[in-house]
Design a protein around this ligand. Structure first.
Ligand SMILES: Nc1ncnc2c1ncn2[C@@H]1O[C@H](COP(=O)(O)OP(=O)(O)OP(=O)(O)O)[C@@H](O)[C@H]1O
Ligand SMILES: [Mg+2]
Length: 269
């Protein structure tokens, strides 16, 4: 049986004539837990959006091997002033089953309560969203994600401005998803968390700098390579014309994509 959840084939994504993710090749296995790491602007959110097809590839492809996909957006993209209650937000996780106005069945309500309980929000059902703390909001978003019953879950910086106890609780939720066979991709900046909890890491600097087992990827050499690529990036640079064959397709997780030496990414692409 094919165990591939995502297959990147020389994928390039970007906006208005600028590449934000260059030439990504490789695959993500079903049931794996991968951290996506890199500096601000290194293409992490762009990649998560590209996986869902929100952004059309400029080059190459992302071949999906999943049935249903879930997305927890970066906090800065969320509107907390929307006049809704916790239960309204969490119920959106049933969208795939009930649509916007569909009534919840008794079984749906029991499951919803169980999810609120799992994230420590029992009793918060009627609370307006704008009254929640940052950590409580993240817990509610995790409960919504649980209800989505997705086999690929994308989390964009879910632990920003969240305290250690909430992080520990939400990491348990993530590990529960993985133990159920779901695939998780999680963007985060906290390297200690990555090393402690994530088996796989993709280190981005618009290009993949390294990808594979976290202990192999999160080396000082790779991290400094990623920093130097980022520093060399030129926002005004032109379009990417790198040889489409150069980022050749690779399989499995034992490969590590090292970029050979420091170079001005945007200059030659
Ligand atoms: N909608 C957009 N239109 C034009 N450019 C964009 C758009 N979204 C992102 N970019 C640009 O693409 C590049 C990668 O952005 P992206 O949001 O993927 O970075 P990131 O790694 O998620 O950064 P951060 O850690 O700050 O969230 C940046 O230079 C950014 O300015
Ligand atoms: Mg981002």
């Amino acid at each position: 049986m094919n165990n591939t959840c995502l297959d990147f084939r020389n994928l390039t994504l970007g906006y208005q004539g600028h590449a934000a993710v260059h030439h990504l090749s490789g695959d993500v296995q079903r049931g794996s837990l991968t951290a996506v790491v890199g500096a601000n602007g290194s293409g992490k959110s762009t990649l998560l959006k590209g996986i869902a097809g929100i952004l059309r590839p400029i080059n190459g492809a992302c071949v999906p091997g999943f049935r249903r996909i879930a997305y927890l957006a970066q906090q800065s993209e969320l509107d907390r002033t929307f006049p809704a209650r916790v239960i309204n937000l969490v119920s959106l996780g049933y969208w795939h089953k009930r649509g916007l106005l569909g009534r919840l069945t008794p079984a749906d309500k029991i499951r919803l309560s169980a999810c609120l309980d799992a994230v420590g929000l029992t009793g918060f059902e009627k609370r307006p969203l704008d009254s929640l703390s940052g950590g409580q909001m993240q817990r509610a978003l995790f409960a919504r994600t649980m209800l989505q019953d997705a086999d690929l879950i994308r989390l964009d910086e879910p632990f920003n401005a969240v305290d250690a106890r909430t992080i520990a609780d939400l990491i348990l939720v993530i590990k529960g998803w993985v133990s159920e066979g779901r695939t998780v991709l999680c963007v985060l900046h906290d390297h200690a968390l990555v090393r402690e909890h994530f088996a796989q890491t993709l280190l981005m600097a618009r290009k993949p700098v390294a990808w594979g087992a976290t202990s192999d990827v999160m080396t000082s050499e790779n991290l400094s390579m990623a920093r130097s690529f980022q520093e060399a990036w030129d926002e005004q640079a032109g379009w990417c014309e790198e040889d489409a064959g150069q980022g050749g397709h690779t399989h499995g997780h034992d490969h590590i994509t090292h970029l050979p030496h420091h170079r001005k990414v945007a200059g030659h692409v």
